[in-house]
Design a protein around this ligand. Structure first.
Ligand code: UDX
Length: 447
């Protein structure tokens, strides 16, 4: 099928690559000339395992191309995806400016029926606004005769496993009331709907709300566990034992109940805030979501409090090795990453940081620039050299196994602050470490 994707951000680029790989003719449109030029040269602006070869293969086969020419994009695609950003406004609500600009652009250039598919995460009611925008632009052209439909088709991809999530989705949600649109999307998604039925067709508003409800539910699970971890601290329980204890009940399940130093990324923080803001505008008190959000903000400071307490409030001129900058493993994304709070608070108190991350060093450099109190290190071992303690902020695979002797030899004092509960407290104690983690009894080898 002929498909156009507006927006070459995370969602748009992955969607385009996967649809092109499945044999569709896909054109990606973006207003960012530099980005488009680089994409044409095979330079992928984000780190996502497998994305670069997939994009480049499809570009070579002629199934995928990039352009800044909106008119060309509108002419090409019978199915047109809107996958542009919806950054948070000051009050946390989603800013729809880009989505509505694309809607207007489609209406300005369309000459035949278009299936306009919302892929961006947008508040309930956005499809109505997109529809109104298209209608108004068509009427300005005296072309109200041109047919179109607005379909909500939210994405559920996770950074780091985006291609797999897109090619082997748990569910494909199609929000439309038109049989014709349903058929088009069923056809488009047929290659990804093998083995068992994954397509769920529903009305547009339910599809829009499903996206928020899914992310907010997952964020709620995390904040709940983080709150339990704080309680575990006070009562001397071990959150890891509690996790297994409750996860074994299939109604709770094992996934997304890991306590840590808070969720980050481009989705959870933004979507929780946006749904709170939508609820408030409708006069609904979003009690649960407000608590999810405030627990998460608090949780990002959790490790700093433990660090300050260990050093009796004085970390002036101390040096910390920081493993992990990205908000989670397998991405270079540092948006809303807990590491940012850690860095800022350590610097505020006069500490220095030697940081290592397998992918996010460039991003860290872009965000914080050159600073005397930040050394970006080439390896996890390099980061440790001479540091007063190790902090683990992201559970990258390569941090999971700790060479205790090596770490001890490199650090000036054997202290580890683990924000992701990666190591066994007993083993750490036996090896002579002071070991602090989340919701588990701290082990001080010296006491
Ligand atoms: C999320 C959703 O999972 C995905 O379905 C949606 O489409 C976009 O938002 P993503 O932001 O890529 O995906 O990351 P995810 O793997 O969900 O992790 C989010 C954050 O939660 C990370 O900071 C992670 O460290 C944290 N997390 C996750 C926990 O703290 N504990 C857990 O048990 C799970």
């Amino acid at each position: 099928m002929n498909v156009t994707v507006f927006g070459t951000g995370y969602v748009g680029l992955v969607q385009a690559a996967v649809l092109a790989e499945a044999g569709n003719k896909v054109v990606c449109i973006d207003i960012d000339t530099k980005k488009v030029e680089r994409l044409k040269q095979g330079v992928i602006p984000i780190y996502e395992p497998g994305l670069e070869p997939m994009v480049n293969n499809s570009v070579s086969s002629g199934n995928l191309s990039f352009s800044t020419e909106a008119a060309f994009g509108v002419e090409h695609g019978e199915l047109i995806f809107i996958a542009v950003g919806t950054p948070p406004d000051e009050d946390g609500s989603a800013d729809l400016r880009h989505v509505l600009t694309v809607a207007a652009t489609i209406a300005q250039f369309m000459e035949s029926k278009k299936y306009i598919i919302n892929k961006s995460t947008v508040p309930v009611g956005t499809a109505d606004k997109v529809r109104a925008t298209v209608e108004s632009e068509l009427s300005k052209r005296n072309r109200s005769d041109l047919p179109f439909d607005i379909i909500s088709n939210p994405e559920f991809l996770k950074e780091g496993s985006a291609l797999n999530d897109c090619m082997r989705p748990d569910r494909i949600i199609i929000g439309t009331s038109e049989a014709d649109s349903e058929q088009k999307l069923r056809h488009l998604y047929a290659p990804f709907n093998r083995n068992h039925e994954k397509i769920l067709v529903m009305d547009v508003k339910s599809a829009e709300l499903t996206k928020y409800a899914a992310n907010c539910m997952l964020a709620t699970k995390i904040s709940f566990m983080n709150e339990m971890a704080n309680i575990a601290d006070k009562v001397g329980a071990d959150i890891e034992a509690v996790r297994k204890g409750i996860g074994s009940d299939p109604r709770v399940g094992y996934q997304f109940i890991y306590a840590g130093i808070g969720y980050g990324g481009s989705c959870f923080p933004k979507d929780v805030k946006a749904l709170i803001s939508s609820a408030q505008q409708m006069g609904i008190a979003a009690d649960i979501l407000a608590a999810v959000e405030s627990r998460n903000e608090r949780q990002k400071h959790y490790l700093v409090e433990k660090i300050l307490s260990h050093f009796n409030g004085d970390i002036q001129d101390k040096t910390f090795a920081l493993w992990g900058l990205s908000f989670k493993p397998n991405t270079d994304d540092m948006r809303e990453a807990p590491s940012r709070i850690l860095l800022t608070r350590l610097w505020e108190r006069g500490a220095k940081v030697r940081a290592f991350d397998p992918e996010a060093l460039t991003e860290c450099q872009r965000i914080f620039g050159d600073r005397e109190d930040l050394a970006l290190c080439e390896s996890k071992n390099d980061a440790l050299q001479g540091a007063d303690a190790l902090i683990v902020a992201t559970e990258w695979q390569q941090f999971k196994s700790l060479d205790l002797n090596e770490v001890k030899g490199a650090l000036s004092t054997a202290v580890v602050f683990d924000g992701r509960n990666q190591y066994e407290p007993g083993e750490m104690r036996d090896a002579g470490f002071d070991y602090y983690c989340v919701g588990r009894p701290d082990t001080r080898s010296s006491v």
